[in-house]
Design a protein around this ligand. Structure first.
Ligand code: HAM
Length: 421
């Protein structure tokens, strides 16, 4: 039986084949995500991986809806595997926002499912670090979130030479759209604004004549759009975010780039994406303001300005691998207890158990085995020490790197533990 295309098997290292993924690398990435979120005062939440289909069809916009894994469950409900976390977060916040002081700063690491064409940086399942701030309209919150995004990437050893945050604003594009539409009395109208946004979103990946044709249908020329992007004048909110980041010493990581507008329908203001500087990979992360989503999802009951970003594990891992920034994952043991004399099995078990209770990682042979096999196993498991009980009783402690040996003159786990440190 083969796994489904676009899904991954995660194995412990060393990896058996190049087409499988490292469970150790995944753990490493999750730990960094959690650690940076903690430093910024974000609290972890989670929601269900299956949601009512409607949660996504009404709020996320056409592209993601076309990629949904949806089905009718045995209770005849229309459901979908979550393709993103933001609608679930908005639903959860709306249900219990009174219990939480604003601004709410929450993060999650959900596994998400999108029926995409499998390609570099895109799979049908990925893990995504989500960090969101709810209940604050001031651009100080946008800057705080972008600083977290930058510091998350820096925590992996990436620098301003490796990546950049491209900042933009749907407000700026909205003004552009309205100004030109009214001035030229063009064919586009307010309802087609999202259509216009989607053309801008795909501008860099679409042949120029195709974009020009689509823009012309809405009454715009590709030239005026390109001029607006080239102008790159920061709006007041973008300027304040840039100043805020510069004050933290993070100025070199962000630039205004109106190519970015984001694909999802619910974004309302500042939007941004993180890219590798060399332009070899898809976006590492993306996010922005979605000030109306909580209101929409709560049927008008709760209104909270919100913003956030999502960073996938797939592109990040590709980038870290390409830059040689992943550590070696050898899963080394602290000690391997050799049991060469079966008469020593019970006291050896006790020693292993006491050391484990003290926090050390310890292995031993489950069944009788030849001495050389046991030693080989200790080496394979990258044990730092071997331990062997001897008559006396005593414990022989051998450092496998330096080959230095010491003898503890009793089966004393405390004394052995001091030698393992
Ligand atoms: P998104 O741009 O759809 O935003 O996804 C964010 C990131 O998730 C992407 O930049 C990429 O790294 C990763 N990603 C997305 N789709 C895939 C895929 N098929 N395979 C691998 N990686 C993928 C959102 O999902 C928003 N909900 C983020 C957000 C949170 N906005 C506000 N709060």
């Amino acid at each position: 039986m083969e796994r489904l295309p676009g899904f991954r098997d995660f194995y412990p290292e060393p990896l058996p084949k190049s087409d499988v993924w490292s469970a150790d690398a995944r753990q490493y990435i999750f730990a960094k995500w959690r650690e940076t979120a903690r430093r910024y005062g974000f609290r972890e939440y989670d929601g269900p991986p299956v949601e009512p289909l409607e949660l996504f069809t009404t709020k996320s916009g056409g592209e993601i809806v076309g990629q949904l894994y949806n089905f009718r469950d045995k209770g005849d409900r229309e459901v979908a595997l979550r393709p993103e976390m933001t609608p679930s977060l908005a639903r959860m916040v709306a249900a219990h926002e009174r219990n939480y002081k604003k601004p709410i700063k929450w993060f999650a690491i959900p596994q998400l499912f999108r029926y995409e064409r499998q390609q570099k940086g895109r799979l049908r399942e990925h893990f995504q670090f989500n960090a969101d701030i709810i209940g604050e309209t001031d651009p100080a919150a946008d800057a705080e979130l972008i600083a977290l995004l930058i510091d998350t990437l820096r925590s992996f050893g990436l620098t301003a030479q490796d990546f950049c945050i491209r900042l933009s604003s749907r407000n700026a594009w909205h003004e552009f759209y309205e100004r030109r539409r009214q001035g030229a009395n063009a064919g586009g109208n307010g309802e087609r604004e999202y259509e216009f946004f989607q053309i801008i979103d795909k501008l860099e990946r679409t042949p120029a004549d195709e974009s020009a044709r689509k823009l012309a249908e809405l009454g715009f020329s590709l030239d005026e759009v390109n001029q607006f992007i080239a102008g790159g004048d920061p709006t007041a909110e973008l300027k304040s975010i840039l100043d805020n980041l510069a004050a933290r010493g993070l100025g070199g990581f962000a630039t205004v780039d109106y190519h970015v507008i984001r694909g999802l329908a619910y974004y309302t203001g500042v939007v941004f994406e993180a890219f590798d500087r060399k332009g070899e990979f898809r976006a590492i992360a993306g996010g922005g303001r979605y000030d109306n989503l909580v209101k929409l999802i709560s049927g008008g009951k709760v209104n909270l300005a919100s913003l956030g970003f999502g960073m996938g594990d797939v592109v990040l891992l590709e980038l870290l691998t390409a830059r040689g920034l992943l550590p070696k994952f050898d899963g080394g043991l602290n000690a391997f207890v050799l049991i060469e004399d079966e008469n020593q099995r019970m006291p050896s078990l006790k020693l292993a158990h006491d050391l484990r209770a003290a926090g050390f990682s310890v292995e031993y042979p489950l069944t009788p085995a030849k001495a050389d096999k046991q030693f080989k196993r200790a080496q394979e498991l990258k044990a730092a020490f071997t331990l062997r009980l001897e008559t006396g009783p005593a414990v022989r402690v051998r450092n496998l790197k330096t080959r230095e040996e010491k003898v503890v003159a009793a089966v004393d786990a405390g004394a052995v533990a001091r030698l393992l440190k």
